[in-house]
Write a protein that binds this ligand. Structure first.
Ligand code: CTP
Length: 473
């Protein structure tokens, strides 16, 4: 089979390989993505010889001063190439007998054949190579049937999966990540090997694991990946808090819903609306506090009181364990988890202006994301109930727009500052300032006074008087 390689860089490298008398191939992700018609600007080149020498020769052929990054201990080299308005990263490596691993600590055994190299890659769909030497330019080398696996949507290791996964246990995560990204099946033997080797995931760094986990969260239907993580028991190993959501308890004939599958529905719904990684994480974590707050009593049945507060408190530890950033992103996820019930409670009741203003005040600029999360959270099978909620949400959204326009609550700035109060009454920082400011804020949120300086000033004077304060002349 012929592969149409349009980027001129392939010809340039091919000519240098011919000059050096070595065989060279484009390999791995770039070949897979060519057939999947996925955009890819990372090109891996394998040569049967020195990858570093081929990289240097190719760079020199482009321009005498072109920079090449050489990683001698890994036996790799790379450079950037500009083509078609894009920055392509070209990475070179010599064919290896040992497993391919970007960060391998094992000695690198070069001088393998192209088949040796393909053998030691993770999946058949990632083990295809395309020749770039002049005589065979564009010819596909596919010893394991990668093309047919791509066609049938199958993930399978080229070698015995126990060997492939023991070479690099991260590949177990990669299998599930690709299954989730591409909606592929993991072939039975490969799947069984993951289940068998789960414990070996602990030798992989958490950062690498989380890179894959984030790709699952960002995939079109993250539930595909999470279900596989659960089924293989990898989830229990890397993210036990989420695994604990699974299961249904029944007492006195009453059962609660399975919070794991409910969470997956919510994550998939959010994924239909947004590609934002952190909004998706908020969906993953929105009910994470449920197992810890679960109670049963005969009157109310199953309850999860305070699970949003408990859940928000769990976010930091989970982010720490997963090596996710402990910055504004984490705060955002905490906030959404903490507030995720508010619009629902609001929609269950009468949608009053003051409740909507308070919601706006607490959510600030994240209000739209919060609404997206809450709408996704309505997963009842009862269509009438769903319709009623969604209709009420429409009303909430409409009011949010109206009230924001009128009252500008989203980025609320007190119309009378502490400084104003201190200078007007000639006082130092004290409790009364807080009392006055809170009263004004509450009056605005309750719609008792408009959000403007004049009204707030009048109110400040009234409250101050009742507190026994008098203005300085
Ligand atoms: N590879 C491997 N085992 C790994 C990582 C990578 O065998 N643990 C091989 C595969 O052949 C893969 C290639 O190295 O196709 C490039 O890896 P990488 O750039 O990490 O990923 P891609 O497969 O290109 O996928 P993506 O760009 O989606 O991360």
């Amino acid at each position: 089979m012929e592969v149409e390689l349009t980027n001129p860089i392939y010809r340039i490298i091919g000519q240098e390989a011919d000059r050096m008398g070595v065989r060279a191939f484009a390999v791995g992700g770039v070949v897979r993505d060519y057939f999947l018609k996925r955009h890819c600007t990372d090109i891996d080149v394998v040569c049967v010889g020195s990858g570093i020498e081929l990289a240097k020769a190719s760079a020199a052929a482009i321009s005498p001063h072109k920079e090449v990054a050489v990683f001698k201990s890994f036996g790799t080299a790379s450079f950037h190439y500009h083509h078609d308005g894009q920055d392509w990263q070209i990475e070179f490596v010599g064919a290896r007998k040992e497993s391919y691993r970007a960060d391998s600590r094992k000695p690198i055994v070069e001088n393998g054949t192209i088949e040796d190299d393909q053998n030691r890659r993770d999946f058949t769909i990632n083990a295809m190579a395309v020749s770039i030497n002049e005589d065979t330019f564009g010819q596909l080398v596919d010893p394991f049937g990668g093309i047919s696996d791509l066609h049938n949507g199958i993930l399978r290791t080229p070698l015995d999966p126990d060997i492939t996964f023991s070479d690099d246990p991260l590949r177990m995560m990669r299998a599930i990540r690709f299954a989730s990204q591409l909606n592929f099946e993991i072939e039975a033997k490969t799947f069984e090997a993951i289940s068998r080797n789960v414990d070996r995931i602990h030798i992989v760094s958490r950062e690498r694991i989380t890179t894959e986990l984030n790709k699952i969260v960002l995939s079109p239907r993250p539930s595909v990946g999470f279900k596989l993580l659960m089924k293989t028991r990898l989830l229990q190993a890397i993210f036990p808090e989420m695994a604990r959501l699974k299961g249904v308890d029944t007492r006195e004939g009453r059962s609660h819903k399975d919070n794991f599958y409910h969470t997956l529905d919510v994550v998939d719904h959010v994924a239909e609306q947004s590609d934002d990684l952190w909004l998706r994480w908020a969906a993953v974590l929105h009910d994470i506090g449920k197992p810890a707050t679960k109670r049963f009593d005969s009157k109310q049945g199953w309850t999860f009181h305070g699970h949003e507060v408990k859940g928000a408190k769990m976010v930091k530890k989970i982010f720490t364990n997963l090596r996710l950033p402990l910055d504004g992103k984490m705060k955002y996820v905490e906030k959404l988890v903490q507030l995720h019930l508010r619009p629902i409670i609001l929609a269950e009741d009468e949608v009053t202006d003051s409740a909507v203003r308070r919601l706006l005040f607490d959510a600030g600029d994240d209000i739209d994301d919060l609404m997206t999360l809450c709408e996704a959270d309505i997963t009842s099978k009862n269509e009438i109930k769903v319709k009623r909620y969604l209709d009420n949400f429409k009303l909430v959204r409409q009011k949010l727009v109206e009230l924001e326009e009128k009252d500008r609550i989203r980025n609320f700035q007190p119309p009378v500052s502490g400084e104003d109060i201190m200078t007007t009454f000639g006082i130092k920082p004290c409790r009364e300032i807080g009392i006055i400011k809170d009263a004004i804020k509450d009056a605005i949120l309750d719609g008792k006074i408009p959000n403007d300086r004049e009204s707030a000033w009048t109110m400040m004077m009234e409250i101050a008087e009742s507190l026994g304060l008098t203005p300085v002349k």
